[in-house]
Design a protein around this ligand. Structure first.
Ligand SMILES: [Cu+2]
Length: 387
């Protein structure tokens, strides 16, 4: 996509030149105004164009003809189960990326410590024998401009129709209208991935909050044409809510009053309470760790914070075409949104990932650990007097 880079920078240059022309025009208008205005108005500074604001007519890539596209290389990985990420897409051309999901309906233990069980619905990689409860669904990874050929199968043993709305897909309902599958049915869509970023997907069939409350969501990462700076470790985390009518051991039911009132009984990372505390993520001192984070909601915004660290870089709203902000403490992730956030392992420690609405972290499950291994660095931290 060398041509695209040239085109993009050309557009930027034209935009910048346009800004200068507008600024000069406004400046000369201001000058004219000053000549005929009362004396006090003449003291006002001349208007100038806002520095650094360049408008690009479009940020979607030039699309190679769909009929000319080949399948992505056989060794390129496009799906993974949380908290793993497939490696970044390194090719520079557009391809067809094929992904096949099976719908999962089962009963799962969503809090192993207390033994709370719940009827969970979700998605799994078709043909994958890894034991998963299907929530969150697998992460998908492709490259902007790719054709995303997605197939979903609802096994005949299931009892409900389902579908998928991809926030990365441009088309009716993000694909939901054309992926409705009753038990025993299979559907396929092809969609052009027009924007890079990290996006939510979810079931959007029937009583949509009910389907999401049972666990039908996940994330899709669309890599930009110009890759992000390399990270040493990458992780996939989904925040979500359960509305159970009980927190006791055994099967709980969906609490519809709590769902209506937007008062979840559990707020979790990666589908079960304790998923990332029983199995901490591991990095080393010096690592840049990147989190592809989706807030599936249903209802709560997430205040994503790494206790004992910083977000070194944050691509807000997961919009990776735009530059990141640097050096943030807590990033706000709306329900139905995502973020790409980096931290750097600076000293050996346990970094605690939380939704910093801390009731959710300490009482409801929105907490996870990142264990940083390596040598201490007293230049950055040391305890001077232990009690
Ligand atoms: Cu569904």
């Amino acid at each position: 996509m060398k041509n695209m880079n040239v085109q993009r920078w050309g557009t930027l240059l034209l935009g910048a030149l346009g800004g200068v022309v507008i600024a000069l025009g406004l400046w000369s208008l201001g000058d004219l105004g000053a000549a005929s205005a009362p004396a006090e108005a003449a003291d006002l500074p001349a208007p100038v164009a806002a520095a650094g604001v360049v408008w690009e007519e479009t940020i979607t890539p030039f699309l190679s003809q769909k009929a000319s596209l080949e399948l992505a290389p056989a060794d390129e990985v496009h799906v993974a189960n949380a908290p793993d990420m497939p490696p970044p897409i390194t090719r520079t051309d557009q391809r067809i990326v094929e992904v096949h999901f099976d719908v999962v309906e089962n009963v799962a233990t969503i809090d192993p410590q207390s033994g709370v069980e719940f009827e969970t619905w979700g998605y799994k990689i078709a043909g994958d024998d890894t034991p998963v409860i299907g929530t969150p669904g697998p992460v998908i990874r492709a490259r902007v401009g790719d054709v995303f050929r997605f197939t979903v199968t609802n096994p005949p043993t299931n009892t409900h129709p389902h579908n998928v709305d991809f926030h990365a897909v441009t088309g009716q309902g993000g694909g939901a209208a054309d992926t409705v599958v009753a038990p025993g049915e299979t559907a396929t869509i092809e969609a052009r991935l027009l924007y890079p970023g990290v996006f939510m997907y979810h079931c959007a069939f029937g009583d949509v909050p009910e389907h999401i409350a049972h666990g039908m969501y996940g994330g899709i990462v669309v890599d930009p044409e110009e890759p992000l700076p390399a990270a040493d470790k990458e992780f996939y985390i989904v925040q979500s809510e359960y509305y159970t009518d009980s927190l006791e051991a055994g099967l709980s039911e969906l609490d519809r009053d709590a769902l209506f009132d937007e008062e979840p009984s559990m707020v979790v990372f990666n589908g079960t309470k304790g998923a990332l505390t029983e199995n901490p993520l591991e990095i080393n001192v010096g690592d840049r760790a990147r989190f592809y984070f989706v807030n599936a909601g249903i209802d709560l915004d997430s205040n994503f914070h790494p206790i004992g660290s910083h977000w070194d870089a944050v691509w807000q709203e997961g919009a990776t075409y735009s530059p990141p902000i640097r050096g943030s403490q807590t990033t706000l992730v709306p329900a139905g949104g995502g973020v790409v956030a980096d931290l750097i392992g600076q000293v050996p420690s346990r970094i605690v990932l939380v939704d910093h609405a801390l009731t959710r972290a300490f009482y409801k499950g929105a907490i996870g650990f990142v264990d940083v291994a390596g040598s201490p660095n007293p230049e950055i931290f040391e305890a001077i007097k232990s009690p």
